[in-house]
Ligand binder design. Structure first.
Ligand code: HEC
Length: 161
């Protein structure tokens, strides 16, 4: 009987959709990714000597590597909120332009020139953050100059062993 088979398919689909909605609503209750959207004060800001390089970094790196993260509305919606929280936590621990921890210029050069940073999952939704070859060069050189000009780096706060 084709008719009743059609109805039971519909029921199954409705049931799956209902479960998906309930799961979606329930995961919103998980505090991780929502309760820790902080932008603490800049204790040791990176000293940019090249304003062009600074502008590039602000556009392409600061959301994950500074305390000036743009916590736009979708960053509060699970499961996207969980991914952004992890990226920002790990990103800031590695390199934080607001509380600079001495990330060597050579590592930034490697990450940027090989196209590993900014992360592709970020440029997918922030196409303006994609870098041209010229922007890569400006950022790499500007970072090296700024790193040399930024003081207050101690060995304890270095992320590298
Ligand atoms: C979407 C968030 C995000 C953006 C945007 C981003 N990063 Fe990162 N970055 C991370 C995360 C997460 C890590 C640590 C994990 C890893 O290495 O993949 C990291 C690690 C790094 C490291 C350390 C790598 C290592 O292995 O020692 C450097 C250097 C770096 N990023 C530079 C940059 C620069 C420069 C930009 C901008 C051009 C940038 N990142 C943009 C998230 C991001």
């Amino acid at each position: 009987m084709a008719g009743s088979r059609g109805r039971s398919w519909k029921r199954t689909l409705l049931w799956i959709a209902g479960v998906a909605v309930v799961v979606f609503l329930l995961i919103q209750l998980v505090p991780y990714g929502r309760s820790s959207h902080t932008n603490p004060p800049a204790d040791n800001p990176f000293t940019w000597t090249d304003p062009q390089a600074e502008a590039i970094a602000r556009e392409s790196c600061y959301d994950c590597h500074s305390n000036e993260t743009d916590w736009w509305w979708a960053t509060s919606i699970a499961p996207f909120s969980w991914l952004t929280q992890r990226d920002v936590d790990e990103g800031r621990a590695m390199l934080n332009f607001s509380d600079w921890n001495g990330m060597p210029a050579a590592v930034v050069e490697e990450m940027v020139s090989e196209g590993e940073m900014p992360l592709s999952r970020y440029t997918l939704i922030h196409p303006d953050a994609k870098l041209t070859d010229a922007e890569r060069r400006t950022l790499i050189e500007g970072y090296a100059a700024g790193a040399a000009a930024t003081s207050g780096t101690s060995d304890e706060s270095s992320p590298l062993p």
